[in-house]
Structure formats: C-alpha cells, structure tokens
Design a protein around this ligand. Structure first.
Ligand code: ACK
Length: 214
C-alpha cells in the first residue's frame, strides 16, 4: 500500500474554532446545571440511575475526550465502507482545510449521550456520506451532531444513533412533554430519559473541515 493509503484518517469532520468550542462547552455546562435543578428532571432521575440513587452529577456522568467535532465520514483508517471513495473524492480534496459556519439549533441528552444537533447547509451536505441515515426515512444530514459527552462505557458513535431515534420519534408525531421555557430555549421530555432543548437562538460559529488520525 502507498504511504498515502497508510495515512488514511479515523474520520473527517468539522472542527469548531476554539472560541466557538469554548462557547459550546459553556452552553452544555449551563444546560446540565439547569437540568440538575429542575423538578421535572428530578422526577425522571431514575432514567439515569438504574440502581436508584437519588442524586446524579450530570457533569461527571457525561465524559468527553478528544477534540469536539461534527463527524462527516467515519473512515476507520480506510477500513470503513466507502472510506476510500470519500477520501479520494474531488469535493473532499477541494474543501479540505476550508472554514465553514456551523448552525446548532438544539441540544439533546439521553442516559447514554449528550450532544448538539448540527443543521447542515446544502453546501455542507456535499461532504455528507450517503449512508449516514441508512435504515431511516429521515432527510440526509439528519444525523449531523457534535458529541459533547458520553456515559461511562458508551462509545461516541452512540450520539448519532440517539439523535436519529429522537428525530424518528418527532417524525412519527410524538410531541413529547413540553417541560418548560428555559432561558436558553424550550425543553421537551420524550420519555426514557430523552430530553431535547430547542435553542431560542441557534448557535452559529466557524469550523474547519479536516481529519483526525489518532
Ligand atoms: O461523536 P462522533 O460523531 O461518533 O465522533 C466519533 C468519531 O467517529 C470517532 O470515533 C464517530 N464514529 C465512530 N464509529 C462510527 C460509525 N460506525 N459511523 C459513524 N460515525 C462513527 C464517533
């Protein structure tokens, strides 16, 4: 194999600029703090504590390592289906190293993952793999997200899976329980520990299209 093939990345994605990243981490922190203090959340705390503890420290519950990013294509160093085609495609080569604006309309939280949804533009969708929403009837790009944290023992791939499940519930007309108007937006509970905060104003910020190798 050529040296280039040898260096295929783990994934491609958009990496928020560090100032935007700090803003997102602050947003997530505030969200968890607010949830922690809500009676409606305490009422459903058993979703997060199968053993029946009464207190959960959400900031410890969700852990994150590595750079914050919105995965476009998971390549698994070239082993994932379609990785080679993606890496070698003209659009990926062209856009590599370019900056784009990400729009983030909502935060979501489940007993497994904490994430923020990314609403992709048509231009950004050109970098989106065709199989990301496979097995659903959701529009392309639906899976777009940034993982902000995972529960112990949960792999980050779960965040996209959780998001697709939430969007499928919404697609089926499940309205969820409108829990409250928070300062940051509208909070909805969908059952089974699934919470969505639709932001009053989408967060928008710059991100670099690049790859991650470690
Ligand atoms: O949080 P994420 O989007 O979910 O970012 C990480 C990144 O790749 C490195 O693990 C994502 N990821 C892992 N496996 C897959 C997969 N099979 N399909 C799509 N994304 C994946 C993970």
């Amino acid at each position: 194999a050529s040296l280039e093939t040898f260096c295929y990345p783990l994934f491609y994605g958009w990496f928020p600029h560090h100032t935007f990243r700090d803003q997102l981490e602050g947003l997530a922190k505030d969200f968890l703090k607010t949830l922690d203090s809500l009676e409606a959340f305490k009422k459903h705390i058993s979703d997060f504590t199968p053993k029946g503890e009464e207190v959960v420290n959400l900031e410890q519950y969700f852990q994150h390592t590595g750079p914050l990013h919105c995965t476009t294509k998971f390549c698994d160093y070239g082993n994932a289906p379609g990785a080679k085609e993606y890496i070698e495609s003209q659009i990926v080569q062209q856009r590599y190293g370019s900056v784009t604006e990400l729009e983030l309309p909502a935060l979501f939280l489940t007993p497994r993952t904490l994430g923020v949804r990314v609403a992709l533009t048509l231009e950004q969708l050109q970098l989106w793999p065709s199989d990301a929403e496979a097995g659903t009837t959701l529009p392309r790009g639906s899976r777009g997200h940034i993982t902000l944290g995972c529960a112990q023992g949960v792999e980050p791939v779960q965040t996209g899976v959780d998001l697709l499940q939430i969007l499928q519930l919404q697609q089926q007309g499940r309205e969820g329980e409108a829990v409250g108007d928070l300062e940051q937006g509208q909070l909805t509970y969908y059952g089974d520990g699934v919470w969505v905060l639709t932001l009053r104003e989408s967060r928008v910020g710059p991100a670099l299209f690049s790859s991650f190798h470690c």
